[in-house]
Write a protein that binds this ligand. Structure first.
Ligand code: SAM
Length: 276
């Protein structure tokens, strides 16, 4: 058997032993390259002293990297029960440091599990629920995020939407939300052939950290404004924001009603939300 840095079996062997044929419906595109999983874990920053949440550990490549990198505790949430025996083997190798939960991450309250301990979220996310998971974590408690950082793999196009600045074609509701609450950047891209099976598109690892201070703004109002503005992104704001007060609202905050949604800064969206 080939050797690995942590002494656990190579991931291809794990998948074969436990019969983990990838399921498309669960977004299963596995990473077998331990150098790449180590690179993602390093990109998350120091892990000592942190509870690290990993969504979708699968056969455990990234899980192993997080533990090898010194994570004090990893909480791994996996929907596919077939993966549990492989993950139990990793838990036995790192006694007391890996908790595996079987379940749907969309339904699990990570903040309650963290219970005030410093937390990071690191994951190669299932693409079908990745954006919704990010929105859940961003909006759980915008004033007091339970996470110190998120290091997440998305389809590249989603990553571009998260980090998009005004004026970019990718700028939209997700970019405003992420820009209001975080500093975010694309850390590196990962080509399709790094995964088994390879997805159709390139992926990106995105890093997000909470801004030390956020512009005052109510989340529900910000969502109202961005939904209306980007719902008709080619229209002038006097038209797209008509249901919310249109020209009068825009004049109140000194924004030219002839501008379009994608030209507004996050601060301008927050000003509009405040004026609602
Ligand atoms: N971390 C592994 C890796 O990098 O090789 C697997 C990543 S794979 C892209 C996504 C993983 O998320 C799969 O193991 C899949 O079973 C799991 N998954 C899919 N939907 C999920 C959900 N709603 N909650 C928790 N896990 C989920």
């Amino acid at each position: 058997m080939a050797s690995t840095p942590d002494g656990l079996p190579p991931l291809r062997d794990v998948v074969a032993t436990h019969g983990l044929a990838p399921k498309k419906a669960l977004g299963q595109n596995f990473l077998f390259d331990l150098n790449l999983t180590a690179k993602i874990a390093r990109a998350a920053g120091p892990l000592d002293g942190f509870t690290v949440f990993e969504i979708g550990p699968g056969p455990g490549g990234l899980t192993r990297a997080l533990l090898a990198q010194g994570a004090t505790r990893v909480v791994a949430i996996e929907r596919d029960a077939r993966c549990l025996p492989a993950l139990a083997q990793i838990a036995a190798h790192y006694p007391g440091r890996l908790d595996v939960m079987e379940g749907d991450a969309l339904q699990i309250d990570l903040a309650a599990i963290a219970d005030g301990a410093p937390a990071r979220i690191v994951a190669n996310l299932p693409y079908n629920v990745g954006t919704q998971l990010l929105i859940n974590w961003l909006t759980a408690d915008p004033e007091h995020p339970f996470w110190s950082s998120m290091t997440l793999m998305f389809q590249k196009e989603v990553g571009q939407r998260i980090v998009a600045a005004p004026g970019s074609n990718h700028y939209g509701r997700l970019g405003v939300l992420a820009g209001w609450l975080t500093h975010s950047e694309i850390l590196f891209d990962v080509p399709p052939q790094a995964f088994t099976p390879p997805p159709k598109v390139t992926s990106s690892v995105v890093g997000l950290e909470p801004l030390p201070q956020r512009l005052p703004c109510a989340l529900s109002k910000l969502e109202h404004v961005t939904q209306a503005a980007f719902g008709q992104r080619r229209k002038m704001l006097r038209q797209s924001l008509k249901p919310l007060g249109g020209e009068a609202l825009l004049n109140r905050v000194g924004i030219d009603p002839a501008r379009r949604a994608e030209t507004l800064s996050v601060a301008e969206f927050c000003a509009l939300a405040q004026a609602l």
